[in-house]
Design a binder for this molecule. Sequence first.
Ligand code: SF4
Ligand code: SF4
Length: 317
Amino acid sequence: MNSKGELLKPLTDAEKTASHVKKTIFRLDTVRKITQFCCFLLLNVAVFSLGSWPILLPIAQSPGVPHKTVGDAFSALQVMLYEHAFPWLPIASFLLTAVILGRALCGWMCPFGFIQDLSGYIKRRHTQVSMRTHEGMINVKYGILAVALFISVTLAISLVAGVGQSYESALGVFAPAPFNALSPVDTLFPILPRVVLTVVYTPEVLIAGILTDPLLWVRLAIMIATIVLAVYVSRSWCRYFCPIGAALAVFNRFSFLGLKRDPLRCTRAGCRTCVDACPMMVRILELPWEKFTDPECIYCLKCVDACPTKALKPRFP
Ligand code: SF4
Ligand code: SF4
């Protein structure tokens, strides 16, 4: 019966399928996936023959990718410190993005975030991490950020003071960009395709040079472990290990973009649909109604889609 008291006819199978397709197409998550895919293509100039843009963004985009449109602010920050230049542009990129959009680029644009989302589709039900383990593990990314910054800053200061040559040679490949030397992003995008091309076209070079490089094996092991983990635990690299996500998380709490929960619509009692849908394990139900900006939230809006009473909405500012 509808609101006018008229008897409603049951839906046919075709109508049910059409309604399901319509709901799926108009979900925010579908829009997000299309945006991620378009950004993935757009960030690599080889696809459209676009030139390189003078833009740095806080996303995991390897500097080693030969045809890219935008640069990765964290890699640029480390390299600029190594070259004794004050990294004002990467810092401005982090601050502006984080204050306006929080970690939204992680949810909608980052190529490595997209790769993790794709890996996550391999397994339908993800492994649940206990809240205690999760809260301990989220600090690991701050540790990685601190170590990378400590090495870059101390090396820059010692090189400027003219006493850093032995420190630089001790660091070896870690000197120009300490994080990138082991980053799975750098391994997946520029290094792995190069190794594959070498295997195909010049296998003798591979045996002589590449296969005997222990660093390459370490890098490949980290990359494989990261992708396998993302199959089981949604966005595991973003949650626990990414220093870019860590730097954004520091400011995410103060971002203009946020979410709000309508107290009149949210039934709360017994319903945890939004919390279960969240890939970042944000404690949505414990956050303020008016506006919440959790450090871990990547604004994927899966919780907004999932809420059966439409109580959650994005909020800006
Ligand atoms: S946290 Fe994830 S989405 Fe954000 S920059 Fe790092 S890899 Fe990309
Ligand atoms: S709180 Fe909502 S928008 Fe934020 S990460 Fe979780 S599901 Fe995505």
